[in-house]
Design a protein around this ligand. Structure first.
Ligand SMILES: NC(=O)c1ccc[n+]([C@@H]2O[C@H](COP(=O)([O-])OP(=O)(O)OC[C@H]3O[C@@H](n4cnc5c(N)ncnc54)[C@H](O)[C@@H]3O)[C@@H](O)[C@H]2O)c1
Length: 238
């Protein structure tokens, strides 16, 4: 397949390497320096586009690719509040889009474990839960898209929590998500369940970015021939 990359930073370069290993070509590489020159026609020269750009540029990139009719994989985070708008636009254009706050296989298994544990904990009110994430210092959004997905999944299963917040609070129905930024950390997420008598921790540590990149290329292969807005969990289907 011909894969076009919107965003050619740390992730774009990892994705290019994996795409070439899997016998795809990468004829289109776009970053902030050449983005203004890119038209729908340029996008249409590719079979599929993968966007790992920035929270500020992703909405305009999604519009461009949906208008072009080319299937799209979005890994960029920081736009979770616009999902309804993007889904509507995708459906109106009869487009093909798969979004994942995290494309790694390990994290998607971790998502499934998180939901399972939250469902078990629903009837054990003595356990208080919180989420903590650590990423490298260049990351623009906080908390991470992955932490927000973990939080939303807990809210879906745990009736005593009503919303997630990004600061410490004494409100029992708030689920606290905290974030640290430390040099060279690709991504660490910890979910803690603590009671008076014990504690359970679920922890995922990314050693590098290759897992995210492989998942994004697999998603690009998977979205071909499908129509609609998908989340990566539908692809993994654990
Ligand atoms: N979903 C996942 O699995 C996953 C994994 C890692 C990172 N991410 C997310 O992917 C995004 C990129 O991460 P990164 O570490 O590669 O960042 P990065 O800063 O290294 O790269 C961002 C790239 O986007 C380019 N860019 C800026 N404006 C652009 C525009 N208008 N159009 C196209 N490109 C533009 C920059 O020039 C740069 O090449 C972030 O939102 C990050 O949170 C997602």
């Amino acid at each position: 397949m011909k894969i076009g990359l919107l965003g050619y930073g740390k992730m774009g370069k990892e994705i290019e390497a994996i795409a070439l290993q899997r016998n795809h070509t990468v004829p289109l590489k776009v970053d902030e320096h050449n983005r203004d020159a890119i038209t729908e026609k340029d996008v249409q020269t590719c079979d599929v586009i993968i966007d790992f750009s920035t929270p500020h540029s992703v909405m305009e990139n999604i519009r461009l690719v949906l208008n072009s009719g080319t299937p799209l994989v979005v890994g960029t985070t920081g736009w979770h509040d616009k999902i309804t708008e993007v889904t509507a636009n995708c459906n109106a254009k009869n487009g093909s889009l798969v979004y994942g706050s995290n494309f790694s296989v390990g994290v998607n298994i971790f998502f499934a474990l998180n939901k399972y544990l939250a469902a078990l904990m629903d009837k054990y009110e003595g356990y208080e839960t919180s989420i903590h994430e650590i990423h490298h210092t260049q990351k623009l959004d906080a908390p991470s898209g992955t932490a927000i997905t973990l939080g939303k999944d807990i809210l879906e299963k745990l009736s005593r929590k009503k919303q997630w917040v990004d600061h410490p609070t004494n409100v029992a129905s708030d689920l606290v998500i905290t974030a640290d930024r430390i040099e060279n950390v690709p991504g660490t997420h910890v979910i803690t369940w603590s009671s008076e008598v014990d504690m359970i921790e679920l922890k995922h540590v990314a050693h590098n970015r290759k897992g995210f990149a492989l998942g994004a290329v697999i998603a690009a292969e998977w979205i071909i021939g499908k129509k609609g807005f998908f989340e990566v969990k539908q692809m993994f289907n654990f």
